[in-house]
Design a protein around this ligand. Structure first.
Ligand SMILES: NC(=O)c1ccc[n+]([C@@H]2O[C@H](COP(=O)([O-])OP(=O)(O)OC[C@H]3O[C@@H](n4cnc5c(N)ncnc54)[C@H](OP(=O)(O)O)[C@@H]3O)[C@@H](O)[C@H]2O)c1
Length: 305
């Protein structure tokens, strides 16, 4: 009963506020999708976590728009197959680069590669994963790996990418954060904190490099249908616990992100429902919305992403 009430409150806030908070943005994003325009000069995009989910979808949409690609993740055979498929389909140059971004050595090597790329126009810091359980239930090594993959890699790779982007006076960095960064919740102490870091980091960095012709975006999706809830600690996770209207396809998330590069927004929340939830969480009834999100997070043990 209480769960139903929490579900209704959160989904109600989302659906009820959607017309106000999201309709204009969604309509604009659809128009931009129809235009097929991505407001960046063509060159190379480097995408971390490109072997699945949101990262793979970035690869597909950027290849279709004519960008050359470097695809990064641990599962090299998947990256190689995707690179071959997209090169053949779109006549672009795509390469696979294996890296484990929980390791300092792999982060440093990828950073050196980025700094030396003369045609780099876009870095997408997307690699990530979730854990289940409270802070003391999750092994410390897993928690530290998460901080490496989400935060340390994104910071180091952003710095390396900017070394070339600043003198060239063009480029963009997309840091894939999460709406979890707005809702510190039980079972997501480190996940939410790493995503809050990425959002705050992106906002400040965007202001620092704006006058140098470089854009920085914090992409904050909600629940997205990818492999995220199937791998690692999430194996066996029951997706049916999450109300169906809260799931988004990765294609919509990526379309919203790429379309937003044409505007001035830094924090991008895809989907009218999630725009409404985030807007409501910052409004006069924000405490109640955040409370409902926290309560749901605790029940789902999977969390508001
Ligand atoms: N799905 C959601 O509901 C949701 C919502 C909000 C935000 N996000 C964020 O979106 C991003 C992408 O997640 P997704 O939903 O697309 O999940 P996914 O389908 O599981 O993809 C995750 C990607 O990250 C890569 N990765 C994980 N650990 C890595 C490591 N140590 N080194 C290098 N690459 C690593 C994986 O590749 P390998 O396993 O091959 O290394 C994979 O390509 C993440 O940052 C996640 O936090 C997801």
């Amino acid at each position: 009963m209480a769960e139903d009430k929490d579900n209704r409150r959160l989904v109600g806030a989302a659906v009820g506020g959607a017309a106000l908070a999201g309709a204009v943005g969604v309509a604009a994003a659809r128009r931009r999708k129809a235009d097929g325009a991505i407001a960046l000069p063509r060159g190379r995009a480097v995408i971390t976590g490109a072997s699945a989910g949101i990262g793979e979808e970035f690869a597909r949409q950027l290849a279709a728009a004519g960008f050359d690609l470097t695809l990064v993740a641990r599962r090299e055979e998947r990256l190689a197959a995707l690179a071959a498929e997209l090169s053949a389909a779109h006549g672009i140059r795509a390469e696979a680069r294996a890296a484990d971004l929980s390791r300092d050595g792999d982060i440093a090597a990828l950073g050196d590669y980025l700094t030396g790329l003369p045609d780099l126009v876009l870095l997408v810091n997307n690699a990530g994963f979730g854990t289940r359980g409270t802070f003391t239930e999750v092994p410390l090594a897993r928690t530290l790996d998460m901080i490496h993959v989400h935060v340390i890699a994104s910071v180091a790779l952003s710095r390396a990418a900017l070394a070339g982007m600043e003198p060239r006076g063009r480029g963009a960095i997309i840091n894939v954060s999460s709406i979890a960064g707005f809702f510190p919740s039980t079972g997501g102490a480190t996940y939410g904190a790493t995503k809050a870091y990425l959002t705050a980091f992106s906002e400040a960095l965007a202001a620092e490099v704006k006058d140098k012709g470089i854009k920085v975006q914090a992409l904050c999706p909600g629940f997205t249908a990818t492999e995220f809830h199937d791998v690692g600690d999430y194996q066996g996770f029951d997706r049916g616990q999450i109300p169906a209207p809260l799931w988004m396809p990765a294609s919509d998330v990526v379309t919203a992100s790429l379309a937003a590069l044409g505007g001035d927004g830094v924090v991008v929340v895809p989907g009218a429902r999630y725009k409404a939830i985030v807007a409501a969480a910052h409004g006069p009834f924000g405490g109640r919305i955040r409370g409902a999100a926290r309560a749901l997070r605790q029940r789902w043990r999977g969390g508001v992403r």
